[in-house]
Design a protein around this ligand. Structure first.
Ligand code: SF4
Ligand code: SF4
Length: 147
């Protein structure tokens, strides 16, 4: 008779031990994010899609030359009316060319950030965008130059 009750107690204890993790998560805040209705807060230095700003670009080609996968295509023509842009150090520099082509193929980009680190004006930057799925490769080439 004693063994009978002992077995019941051991059985209940075993169930409780087995359910310990389940019970812990049952009463704690859910960790699942119901994407796309909900989104995680991204860290400030998150590396998302690379974007270009032709107005700030001075066509120095640093980004093109430094990109390890050659996914940036850039071109410009001499501007009739040279403009000035402020570089990252706050100094004004001449923008002698208008950007005619500023294409970034994000299907090849590895988000290394080399282009961003070498751009003197902040004309190329890593955004927080990460939803870039498309049905064709052509749609993954972004044309930032103004038409
Ligand atoms: S992040 Fe790296 S791979 Fe992507 S465009 Fe810039 S240099 Fe190229
Ligand atoms: S490094 Fe910056 S300024 Fe120079 S070509 Fe690239 S985007 Fe333009």
């Amino acid at each position: 008779m004693t063994t009978y009750f002992k077995n019941i107690i051991v059985g209940l204890w075993t169930v409780l031990v087995g359910m310990r993790v389940t019970l812990k998560y049952l009463i704690s805040k859910p960790v699942t994010v119901q994407y796309p209705d909900e989104r995680c807060d991204l860290p400030e230095r998150f590396r998302g899609m690379v974007k270009g700003d032709p107005d700030k670009c001075i066509t120095c080609m640093y980004c093109v030359n430094v990109c390890p996968v050659s996914c940036i295509a850039l071109d410009g023509v001499k501007s009739d009316l040279p403009k000035k842009v402020v570089n990252l150090e706050g100094k004004e520099i001449k923008k002698l060319k208008d950007v005619t082509k500023f294409d970034i193929d994000i299907s090849r980009c590895i988000q290394c950030g080399f282009c961003v680190e070498n751009c003197p004006t902040g004309a190329i930057y890593l955004s927080h965008d990460y939803e870039n799925s498309t049905c064709s490769r052509e749609d993954l080439v972004y044309h930032w130059a103004k038409k």
